[in-house]
Write a protein that binds this ligand. Structure first.
Ligand SMILES: [Zn+2]
Length: 560
């Protein structure tokens, strides 16, 4: 059935189109997965803010205040119990502005209101008419969550009052692979916009949020690197405000990632050395430097600096995820940092002491006794980390892997000179990468590597300091490209590659009860992919179609 075919609501008869044995645990992982059980208990949790879509006015005409709506996506591949299977996906939408039944946002709630075959359009409330973005500020929210059709069916049976259990619309997914939307926990900027800027604006942040939808990213952490006090005092509250006021269609801003300035000068990478410092007085120093900690979700620091351990404890108590990075730390100090509450490693292998067999450094934490408490970000752009090292990390600790782009403002821009903070950065084309030049490992001779070449081509862009072309300054890789690279470099399954961009970051941030998988009750953040090439066909945020790669896919997947 093509594009949003409405279903004639008919409550007679208990027949359903789903298999009753496939929806009990529609998890991305096996239910007995050890890390999926531990993570939620060890990381402070927070509820991501709801978001507002530019397509909301049209959507709300289908989902008026006080009503809900159910859409079933068919002819798709989804992850069930760690496997890709052909199945269907149900999404439950509710307008939460004036819900008639607040409990209806539950994934298992009966949907009596959805029996309305032709919901009447509603009148939206526009605020601040002088604001150019006011057309999007309509005072209502649509929340799309994954629905368990079995619960819906049996609730309808139990009620025995004619409650409808069928979907309002059925959408043909065209054989797409549907994954939970990607979550990028380290993004410095894109499309010419640098988050580490003393004059960053909310509109610029929204522009990035919109642009990365084409990469399958539905949630992210804008990342601010080592900066001056003035930059922190402007950028942090501005980005936080953009996250709390999502006025246009775009990926969710889950909060900020502050990378530095509490890092080791010897591992500064592209960070300006004049602003690097130590958190000597713990949280007092941190508050003084940042000035504003609201919406801060991740702080990257070097644990060997004075005051780091008390800072880690203090940030952890606040619900901030502490990442260890840009560091010369020994393994024992890194383990102590984990014991104080650190839960992340920032861009593994980059800006840290190199692995040595007698002194493994931070890299050794992947096989340490505290490995099950740690996730690690890794930049799989084919530039920052050798494919062999990516595979080594995967083999050592596959469940800890988090794909990060660490992309900078030149993401989405052509080669040339750009700004990263106050640094000049050159984006240059590197003709050929590790596969073609230096990699001689057996893994690089696999068929998956060959297919990678076919998918991405030989040339790659990389960002380096203008003053030193040997120093990388952040990547220009998109998240969907990193997913494809990760699969090719490691030989992992598609499910594992997708997990490293979805459920793993959600677990690290403590939001896996809301995002990162397509289990019932989770936010309907979805990316529709070509099942063979893993290229993005469409991206949904809160169940609302927010990006389509072609007009044909927009028509195919829209319910309008
Ligand atoms: Zn960095």
């Amino acid at each position: 059935m093509r594009r949003g075919s409405p279903v004639l609501n008919n409550s007679s008869g208990p027949t359903t189109s789903f298999s009753t044995n496939r929806h009990h645990l529609p998890s991305q992982f096996p239910a007995d997965h050890p890390r999926s059980l531990k993570r939620a208990r060890t990381v402070p949790t927070f509820k991501p803010p709801p978001r507002l879509s530019a397509t909301l006015p049209r959507f709300l005409s289908k989902c008026p205040s006080g009503h809900d709506l159910v859409v079933k996506y068919v002819n798709i591949l989804v992850v069930r119990r760690g496997q890709l299977v052909k199945d269907e996906l149900w999404v439950h939408y509710v307008n939460i502005h004036q819900p008639s039944k607040p409990s209806s946002s539950s994934s298992s709630a009966p949907s009596s209101a959805s029996s309305s075959a032709s919901p009447s359009p509603i009148t939206t409330t526009t605020t601040k008419s002088s604001d150019p973005l006011s057309k999007h500020k309509i005072g209502s929210w649509v929340i799309g969550t994954i629905l368990c059709p079995e619960h819906r069916f049996w609730n309808a049976v139990r009620r025995r009052d004619g409650t409808n259990h069928k979907p309002d619309y059925v959408v043909d997914g065209g054989g797409s692979l549907v994954s939970s939307g990607f979550i990028d926990i380290q993004l410095n900027g894109a499309f010419g916009i640098d988050f580490t800027s003393v004059d960053i604006t909310e509109e610029q942040v929204h522009k990035v949020s919109e642009g990365i939808l084409s990469h399958g990213v539905t949630s992210y952490l804008p990342t601010v690197i080592t900066s001056s006090h003035d930059t922190y005092r402007h950028a942090i509250p501005t980005i936080a405000a953009a996250g709390k006021n999502p006025t246009t269609a775009g990926a969710n801003i889950l909060g900020l990632h502050l990378e530095g300035p509490f890092i080791h000068p010897m591992k500064k990478g592209a960070h300006p050395i004049e602003h690097i410092t130590s958190p000597e007085l713990g949280m007092k120093t941190i508050r003084n430097v940042y000035g504003h900690l609201e919406m801060v979700r991740v702080v990257t620091l070097a644990p060997e600096l004075p005051g780091s351990f008390s800072s880690i404890s203090g940030l952890n108590t606040m619900g901030v995820c502490v990442a260890v990075g840009h560091t010369t730390t020994s393994l024992s100090t890194a383990v102590s940092a984990v014991q104080h509450g650190a839960r992340l490693v920032t861009h593994l292998f980059n800006a840290m002491s190199a692995f040595h067999h007698r002194d493994p450094g931070l890299v050794g934490i992947l096989t340490s006794t505290c490995a099950d408490k740690i996730h690690y970000g890794i930049i799989v752009d084919g530039i920052h980390v050798h494919p062999s090292a990516v595979k080594m990390a995967y083999e050592s600790h596959p469940m800890g892997a988090i794909l990060v782009t660490d992309a900078m403002c030149a993401l989405g821009l052509p080669p040339g000179r750009h700004m990263l903070g106050k640094l000049e950065v050159d984006v240059i084309v590197q003709g050929g990468h590790y596969f073609q030049s230096t990699c001689t490992t057996s893994s690089c001779k696999t068929s998956s590597t060959t297919s990678f070449h076919k998918m991405t081509g030989g040339n790659r862009m990389k960002a380096v300091l203008s003053s030193d072309h040997d120093t990388l300054a952040g990547s220009v890789a998109s998240m969907d490209e990193c997913v494809r690279n990760y699969k090719a470099f490691t030989g992992c399954s598609v499910v594992e590659a997708l997990a490293a961009a979805s459920i793993h970051p959600a677990m690290a941030l403590g939001i896996d009860q809301h995002k990162g998988s397509l289990m019932p009750g989770r936010d309907a953040d979805m990316v529709f992919l070509n099942p063979k090439t893993l290229s993005v066909r469409a991206t949904f945020v809160s169940g609302v179609l927010s990006y389509a790669s072609t007009k044909e896919w927009e028509e195919q997947l829209s319910i309008f």
